[in-house]
Design a protein around this ligand. Structure first.
Ligand SMILES: Cc1cc2nc3c(=O)[nH]c(=O)nc-3n(C[C@H](O)[C@H](O)[C@H](O)COP(=O)(O)OP(=O)(O)OC[C@H]3O[C@@H](n4cnc5c(N)ncnc54)[C@H](O)[C@@H]3O)c2cc1C
Length: 305
């Protein structure tokens, strides 16, 4: 099921036609409050009284033209203004190819730099999402270059990639912000773990490796996962080595395990909810279905009932 859904995520024809069907659009609502930024901002207000911070992302990837990247950057500048106007505890998370990484790297760097300058006015961070393995080197290279000039950049790393421990070691001297995720793309076994137990094991080892750096304040560590058992194992390890559990933050997606998000916030963890919105949701939504095949049944029920 997972490879099929990930294939569907990449298929151009399906990408063009499926989102036009009304009942598919209805099913997407589980993970996305709406297509507009206003809907995303309004939905995010739910989290405010619970002390849960927000990461906003406008969906979209692999653009055809650099002018689209400029429009995306303008959109995020507008969003930063709206976040400030609402006094919201929120940051932005962007896909490098949505800012033109695969069209013109220097232009992408320029657009991202201006977003970091803007976000810095309110001590905000700009997170770089990590896309498929074709972009890992380019994204890491971009991150290093941006981080030299702007301290307020974070990057997402994927535990399923065999290279990630080496990437963590290479990044640590930069005092980075790292969001560790398991990884959402279909990668070959030559470069990635494919079994769940292997991915989970790699994830836990990476967090354990990073905990002391988070404890000493040299790393902002975000655990981007809904796997609460894994979070608890890392928290237990933190306690065992004398690191407070609030040295790392937990980042989860809007619409997934919301009760757990509230519970963890109540228990004193720093929790952030990633709220995605926008018209280009198809590939992103298919990756969410692939993460949990039971979601397909849920989606079908939404579509037909
Ligand atoms: C804040 C955030 C940012 C992310 N950014 C990136 C990125 O930049 N690049 C990237 O490759 N990946 C990204 N991901 C996705 C990530 O790689 C995983 O694919 C995704 O988080 C599912 O894995 P899991 O860690 O939640 O663990 P799993 O072991 O997959 O899930 C643990 C439990 O969480 C629940 N769950 C997980 N996923 C779903 C779902 N889709 N629907 C319903 N329940 C679910 C289930 O109860 C499941 O048993 C991001 C994830 C988060 C939370």
């Amino acid at each position: 099921m997972r490879p099929l859904l990930l294939w569907m995520a990449r298929n151009r024809l399906l990408k063009r036609w499926l989102p036009r069907i009304w009942f598919v659009r209805r099913a997407v609502r589980r993970f996305m409050p709406g297509e507009t930024v206003e809907e995303a901002l309004d939905a995010a207000e739910f989290f405010r009284p619970h002390g849960i911070g927000i990461l906003f992302t406008q969906l979209g990837e692999n653009l055809a033209d650099l002018s689209e990247a400029e429009a995306v950057a303008d959109h995020y500048h507008g969003l930063l203004e709206m976040i400030a106007a609402r006094g919201m505890d929120a940051e932005i998370s962007v896909k490098p190819t949505q800012l033109g990484l695969d069209l013109d790297r220097d232009a992408a760097e320029r657009l991202l730099s201006s977003l970091a300058d803007h976000a810095a006015q309110r001590n905000g961070l700009v997170w770089l999402d990590m896309e498929g393995s074709a972009y890992t080197d380019a994204t890491l290279d971009l991150y290093r270059s941006l981080k030299e000039k702007h301290p307020n950049f974070g990057i997402c790393l994927q535990a399923y990639l065999r290279r990630t421990p080496a990437d963590v070691h290479a990044l640590l001297p930069l005092k980075p912000a790292i969001r560790m995720v398991k990884g959402a793309y279909d990668e070959p076994s030559s470069i990635a773990f494919r079994r769940k137990d292997e991915v989970d094991g790699a994830y836990q080892s990476l967090c354990v490796l990073m905990l002391p750096h988070a404890g000493s304040g040299d790393l902002r560590l975000g655990m981007g996962t809904h796997d609460t058992k894994l979070i608890e194992r890392v928290a237990a390890h933190a306690e065992a080595v004398g690191v407070a559990k609030n040295v790392f933050e937990i980042q989860m997606l809007y619409g997934i395990r919301q009760k757990e998000q509230l519970r963890l916030a109540l228990e004193g963890y720093r929790v952030l909810a990633l709220v995605a919105y926008g018209e280009a949701w198809y590939a992103w939504y298919m990756r969410r279905l692939a993460e949990r095949p039971a979601n397909v049944l849920f989606a079908l029920r939404q579509m037909f009932g």
